[in-house]
Design a protein. Structure first.
Length: 229
Protein backbone atom coordinates (compact mmCIF):
# COMPACT_ATOMS: atom_id res chain seq x y z
CA UNK A 1 0.00 0.00 0.00
CA UNK A 2 2.81 2.44 0.90
CA UNK A 3 4.51 4.14 -2.04
CA UNK A 4 7.30 5.90 -0.13
CA UNK A 5 9.05 5.03 3.10
CA UNK A 6 7.37 7.04 5.90
CA UNK A 7 10.63 7.06 7.83
CA UNK A 8 12.12 9.10 5.01
CA UNK A 9 9.81 12.00 5.87
CA UNK A 10 11.65 14.10 8.44
CA UNK A 11 9.85 15.60 11.38
CA UNK A 12 12.24 18.55 11.93
CA UNK A 13 10.94 19.12 15.43
CA UNK A 14 7.33 19.66 14.36
CA UNK A 15 4.36 17.54 15.49
CA UNK A 16 3.97 14.45 13.37
CA UNK A 17 1.23 14.67 10.73
CA UNK A 18 -1.84 12.59 11.49
CA UNK A 19 -1.29 10.27 8.52
CA UNK A 20 2.06 9.29 10.02
CA UNK A 21 0.58 8.42 13.41
CA UNK A 22 -2.52 6.71 12.04
CA UNK A 23 -3.45 3.47 13.79
CA UNK A 24 -5.91 1.02 12.27
CA UNK A 25 -9.11 -0.04 14.01
CA UNK A 26 -8.78 -2.57 16.82
CA UNK A 27 -10.45 -5.29 14.74
CA UNK A 28 -7.78 -5.15 12.01
CA UNK A 29 -4.40 -6.87 12.11
CA UNK A 30 -2.70 -3.93 10.43
CA UNK A 31 -3.36 -0.81 8.36
CA UNK A 32 -2.85 -2.72 5.12
CA UNK A 33 -5.74 -5.07 5.91
CA UNK A 34 -7.96 -2.12 6.76
CA UNK A 35 -7.02 -0.35 3.54
CA UNK A 36 -7.67 -3.43 1.40
CA UNK A 37 -11.05 -4.04 3.06
CA UNK A 38 -12.11 -0.43 2.52
CA UNK A 39 -11.15 -0.62 -1.14
CA UNK A 40 -12.89 -3.97 -1.61
CA UNK A 41 -16.02 -2.58 0.02
CA UNK A 42 -15.99 0.37 -2.36
CA UNK A 43 -15.69 -1.95 -5.36
CA UNK A 44 -18.69 -3.94 -4.11
CA UNK A 45 -20.67 -0.73 -3.75
CA UNK A 46 -19.66 0.39 -7.25
CA UNK A 47 -20.87 -2.96 -8.59
CA UNK A 48 -24.36 -2.19 -7.26
CA UNK A 49 -24.20 1.24 -8.88
CA UNK A 50 -23.29 -0.36 -12.19
CA UNK A 51 -26.35 -2.60 -11.88
CA UNK A 52 -28.49 0.50 -11.34
CA UNK A 53 -27.30 2.19 -14.51
CA UNK A 54 -27.30 -1.09 -16.43
CA UNK A 55 -31.05 -1.23 -15.84
CA UNK A 56 -31.40 2.26 -17.31
CA UNK A 57 -29.33 1.31 -20.36
CA UNK A 58 -31.33 -1.87 -20.93
CA UNK A 59 -34.56 0.10 -20.65
CA UNK A 60 -33.20 2.62 -23.14
CA UNK A 61 -32.38 -0.15 -25.62
CA UNK A 62 -35.74 -1.89 -25.35
CA UNK A 63 -37.76 1.32 -25.65
CA UNK A 64 -35.66 2.51 -28.56
CA UNK A 65 -36.33 -0.74 -30.42
CA UNK A 66 -40.05 -0.31 -29.84
CA UNK A 67 -40.28 3.42 -30.61
CA UNK A 68 -37.27 4.30 -32.81
CA UNK A 69 -38.82 7.42 -34.33
CA UNK A 70 -39.43 9.02 -30.94
CA UNK A 71 -35.83 8.39 -29.89
CA UNK A 72 -34.45 9.72 -33.18
CA UNK A 73 -36.45 12.91 -32.70
CA UNK A 74 -35.43 13.16 -29.06
CA UNK A 75 -31.71 12.95 -29.81
CA UNK A 76 -32.19 15.65 -32.43
CA UNK A 77 -33.41 18.06 -29.75
CA UNK A 78 -30.11 17.82 -27.87
CA UNK A 79 -26.91 19.68 -28.71
CA UNK A 80 -23.96 17.36 -29.29
CA UNK A 81 -21.64 20.34 -28.65
CA UNK A 82 -23.01 20.80 -25.14
CA UNK A 83 -22.68 17.07 -24.52
CA UNK A 84 -19.10 17.11 -25.80
CA UNK A 85 -18.17 20.06 -23.59
CA UNK A 86 -19.51 18.24 -20.55
CA UNK A 87 -17.61 15.12 -21.61
CA UNK A 88 -14.35 17.09 -21.76
CA UNK A 89 -15.09 18.64 -18.36
CA UNK A 90 -15.56 15.20 -16.80
CA UNK A 91 -12.45 13.78 -18.47
CA UNK A 92 -10.41 16.63 -16.99
CA UNK A 93 -11.93 15.94 -13.59
CA UNK A 94 -11.08 12.25 -13.91
CA UNK A 95 -7.43 13.17 -14.46
CA UNK A 96 -7.29 15.61 -11.55
CA UNK A 97 -8.92 13.20 -9.10
CA UNK A 98 -6.38 10.54 -10.11
CA UNK A 99 -3.63 13.08 -9.49
CA UNK A 100 -5.13 13.86 -6.09
CA UNK A 101 -4.76 10.20 -5.11
CA UNK A 102 -1.17 10.18 -6.32
CA UNK A 103 -0.39 13.37 -4.41
CA UNK A 104 -1.72 11.79 -1.22
CA UNK A 105 0.52 8.77 -1.82
CA UNK A 106 3.54 11.06 -2.25
CA UNK A 107 2.63 13.40 0.64
CA UNK A 108 2.23 16.39 -1.69
CA UNK A 109 -0.33 18.12 0.49
CA UNK A 110 -0.68 21.34 -1.51
CA UNK A 111 -1.20 19.58 -4.83
CA UNK A 112 -3.61 17.17 -3.19
CA UNK A 113 -5.80 20.14 -2.29
CA UNK A 114 -5.37 21.84 -5.67
CA UNK A 115 -6.39 18.75 -7.62
CA UNK A 116 -9.45 18.19 -5.43
CA UNK A 117 -10.50 21.82 -5.92
CA UNK A 118 -10.14 21.53 -9.70
CA UNK A 119 -12.23 18.34 -9.66
CA UNK A 120 -14.99 20.00 -7.65
CA UNK A 121 -14.94 23.02 -9.99
CA UNK A 122 -15.37 20.65 -12.93
CA UNK A 123 -18.30 19.01 -11.15
CA UNK A 124 -19.91 22.42 -10.61
CA UNK A 125 -19.28 23.35 -14.25
CA UNK A 126 -20.85 20.11 -15.48
CA UNK A 127 -23.96 20.59 -13.36
CA UNK A 128 -24.29 24.27 -14.29
CA UNK A 129 -24.02 23.54 -18.02
CA UNK A 130 -26.55 20.73 -17.73
CA UNK A 131 -28.98 22.95 -15.82
CA UNK A 132 -28.57 26.17 -17.81
CA UNK A 133 -28.36 24.78 -21.35
CA UNK A 134 -30.57 21.71 -21.13
CA UNK A 135 -32.87 21.23 -18.16
CA UNK A 136 -34.22 24.78 -17.85
CA UNK A 137 -34.72 25.58 -21.57
CA UNK A 138 -36.00 22.12 -22.48
CA UNK A 139 -38.44 22.05 -19.57
CA UNK A 140 -39.71 25.56 -20.34
CA UNK A 141 -40.35 24.52 -23.97
CA UNK A 142 -42.60 21.72 -22.75
CA UNK A 143 -40.13 18.91 -23.45
CA UNK A 144 -41.03 16.95 -20.35
CA UNK A 145 -41.63 13.31 -19.44
CA UNK A 146 -44.99 11.56 -19.44
CA UNK A 147 -48.16 13.54 -18.81
CA UNK A 148 -46.12 16.71 -18.21
CA UNK A 149 -45.14 16.84 -21.89
CA UNK A 150 -46.54 19.92 -23.67
CA UNK A 151 -44.19 20.59 -26.60
CA UNK A 152 -46.53 21.73 -29.43
CA UNK A 153 -44.26 20.72 -32.34
CA UNK A 154 -43.76 17.05 -31.49
CA UNK A 155 -44.04 14.75 -34.52
CA UNK A 156 -44.28 11.45 -32.66
CA UNK A 157 -46.80 10.62 -29.91
CA UNK A 158 -44.15 8.66 -28.01
CA UNK A 159 -41.73 11.56 -27.57
CA UNK A 160 -42.76 11.96 -23.90
CA UNK A 161 -41.31 8.48 -23.42
CA UNK A 162 -37.97 9.64 -24.78
CA UNK A 163 -37.91 12.56 -22.36
CA UNK A 164 -38.73 10.20 -19.53
CA UNK A 165 -35.64 8.14 -20.37
CA UNK A 166 -33.54 11.29 -20.83
CA UNK A 167 -34.49 12.89 -17.53
CA UNK A 168 -34.25 9.62 -15.61
CA UNK A 169 -30.77 8.78 -16.86
CA UNK A 170 -29.27 12.26 -16.67
CA UNK A 171 -30.93 13.23 -13.38
CA UNK A 172 -29.70 10.09 -11.61
CA UNK A 173 -26.26 10.74 -13.06
CA UNK A 174 -26.41 14.39 -11.94
CA UNK A 175 -27.31 13.20 -8.44
CA UNK A 176 -24.18 11.06 -8.45
CA UNK A 177 -22.17 14.11 -9.57
CA UNK A 178 -23.48 16.04 -6.55
CA UNK A 179 -22.74 13.15 -4.18
CA UNK A 180 -19.25 12.72 -5.63
CA UNK A 181 -18.52 16.43 -5.30
CA UNK A 182 -19.74 16.30 -1.70
CA UNK A 183 -17.37 13.43 -0.92
CA UNK A 184 -14.47 15.31 -2.46
CA UNK A 185 -15.30 18.47 -0.51
CA UNK A 186 -15.29 16.38 2.67
CA UNK A 187 -11.88 14.94 1.72
CA UNK A 188 -10.64 18.47 0.98
CA UNK A 189 -11.71 19.80 4.39
CA UNK A 190 -10.11 16.87 6.20
CA UNK A 191 -6.90 17.28 4.19
CA UNK A 192 -6.09 20.43 6.18
CA UNK A 193 -5.62 18.18 9.21
CA UNK A 194 -2.97 16.27 7.25
CA UNK A 195 -4.91 13.06 7.67
CA UNK A 196 -3.99 11.78 4.21
CA UNK A 197 -0.51 10.67 3.32
CA UNK A 198 1.61 7.72 2.14
CA UNK A 199 0.23 5.36 4.80
CA UNK A 200 -3.36 6.63 4.94
CA UNK A 201 -4.99 7.59 1.66
CA UNK A 202 -7.88 5.10 1.49
CA UNK A 203 -10.58 7.78 1.67
CA UNK A 204 -8.99 9.79 -1.14
CA UNK A 205 -8.75 6.71 -3.34
CA UNK A 206 -12.31 5.56 -2.61
CA UNK A 207 -13.70 9.02 -3.36
CA UNK A 208 -11.66 8.92 -6.57
CA UNK A 209 -13.08 5.52 -7.51
CA UNK A 210 -16.60 6.83 -7.02
CA UNK A 211 -15.80 9.82 -9.22
CA UNK A 212 -14.41 7.59 -11.95
CA UNK A 213 -17.74 5.75 -11.96
CA UNK A 214 -19.50 9.08 -12.52
CA UNK A 215 -17.24 9.70 -15.52
CA UNK A 216 -17.68 6.17 -16.86
CA UNK A 217 -21.48 6.36 -16.77
CA UNK A 218 -21.41 9.63 -18.70
CA UNK A 219 -19.16 8.06 -21.35
CA UNK A 220 -22.10 5.73 -22.07
CA UNK A 221 -24.86 8.32 -21.69
CA UNK A 222 -23.23 10.81 -24.06
CA UNK A 223 -23.32 8.70 -27.26
CA UNK A 224 -26.64 7.06 -26.43
CA UNK A 225 -28.49 10.33 -25.87
CA UNK A 226 -26.60 12.81 -28.04
CA UNK A 227 -24.93 11.02 -30.94
CA UNK A 228 -27.14 8.10 -32.01
CA UNK A 229 -29.86 9.30 -34.38
Amino acid sequence: MTTIDPSAVRNEGKPLPRWKTYVQGHHWRNAEDEFDAAKFGMWLFLATEILLFAGIFVGYGLLRLKHPEAFINGSGYLSAKIGLINTIVLLISSFTVAMAVRCAQLNQQLWLKINIVITVICAAAFFTIKLAFEYVPKWSEGKRPGVLFSYPYATDPHEPLWWGVYYTGTAIHALHVIIGAGLLIWVFVRSFKKIYGPTNYAMVENAGLYWHLVDLVWIFLFPLLYLIH
